[in-house]
Write a protein that binds this ligand. Structure first.
Ligand code: TXA
Ligand code: MG
Length: 317
């Protein structure tokens, strides 16, 4: 089925309805085509990972249409505001601290306390975001390990049957992904190189900007990555319901007994993915328990992503 639509006012309005109601819309940006969903709808966000067949939950970039909204959405400082005023809309993404721990955006942030935000320089993207009335999270609209799409046809070829609508804005002018800079620490650090060069950013900030591998604040040992997301309490995974200890908060999956929370009583992996981070946060609030136990999750589809995350979260040095 061909899902490509011209970006007429009518089609953009339809696409915005789809986003609001939890569907997936692929849209053009200045860099590459994105696969978009409502950031506040965890089931829709889980569907992005399912469609892309990503084996892990990588945090997603929130696309916004208004510079002033940045400070409402994330913790900003003088550096973020100056850079946004200079380079937005454009191919530059900021990683900032999350403003609050709104669990509705946990899956989009992969459980991290930081959030990536950008304002794309494309009229179709901006109009879609405005009409949706919510930030739109969007990874590049390609399957895992394939190249990023720069035309609507590329999206149709790789994800055509997984998206509700593809808005055709022509070929992307830039064609490589945004430069991502981390503003959560003392130094500005480039996490992903893109069209926006280090020198251009330095010219505005008049300060040295680090590449992620030469940042003095970042740990260099790759083992650190295993600790990517960790709840405050120890987490045991693959625990059958009859093996849960009395002092453990039990997070179940499927038909199990005694679960305090169940990721998906019917065994639906998409529902489980949508609940995962919020439930881990909920569990760690209960300090009457000494640890968290979690049911086994099947190793297929989104289960791969869920298992990747909980394996990291249960990792002990
Ligand atoms: O040009 C682009 O940036 C495109 C268009 C569609 O906007 N988007 C894109 O998204 O390339 P994606 O998901 O393919 O890449 C986003 C990258 C990932 O490598 C992710 O790890 C990183 O951004 N990222 C997102 N949130 C982060 C965070 N809180 N901390 C560190 N890295 C983050
Ligand atoms: Mg990508």
């Amino acid at each position: 089925m061909n899902n490509i639509y011209t970006p007429s006012a009518e089609n953009i309005a339809r696409a915005a309805e789809i986003i609001k109601n939890g569907g997936l819309v692929s849209f053009p940006t200045d860099t590459v085509y994105g696969l978009g969903a409502n950031v506040y709808n965890a089931a829709a966000v889980a569907n992005i990972f399912k469609a892309k067949e990503r084996p892990l939950f990588d945090p997603l970039i929130s696309h916004i249409a208004n510079i002033d909204f940045l400070s409402e959405y994330a913790c900003t400082d003088e550096r973020a505001i100056t850079l946004a005023k200079h380079f937005w809309p454009g191919p530059l993404t900021f990683v900032l601290r999350r403003k609050d721990n709104n669990p509705a955006i946990d899956l989009a942030c992969a459980g991290l306390n930081s959030i990536a935000v950008r304002m794309p320089n494309h009229p179709v993207a901006l109009e879609l975001i405005r009409q949706s009335g919510v930030p739109i999270v969007a990874p590049s609209a390609n399957r895992f390990k394939t190249v990023s799409p720069t035309t609507a046809q590329h999206v149709q070829d790789s994800l055509g049957n997984k998206v509700d609508m593809i808005l055709d804005g022509g070929a992307c002018t830039i064609g490589v992904e945004t430069t991502i800079i981390d503003l959560t620490g003392k130094h500005i650090v480039i996490l992903r190189a893109g069209v926006m060069a280090k020198e251009e950013l330095e010219a505005i900030k008049r300060k040295k900007i680090y590449l992620s591998h030469d940042n003095p604040e970042l740990p260099k040992a790759p083992g650190q990555l295993l600790k990517h997301y960790a709840p405050r309490m120890p987490l045991r995974i693959n625990v059958a319901d009859h093996d849960v200890r009395e002092d453990e908060f039990f997070i179940g999956f499927g038909k199990v007994r005694g679960a305090r929370l169940n990721l998906s009583p019917s065994g639906n992996l998409c529902e489980a993915a949508a609940n995962l981070f919020a439930y881990l946060r909920e569990a760690e609030k209960h300090d009457e328990y000494k640890g968290i136990a979690m049911s086994p999750i099947p190793e297929n589809g989104l289960g791969l992503a869920i298992n990747d995350r909980i394996r990291r979260a249960s990792y002990k040095e």
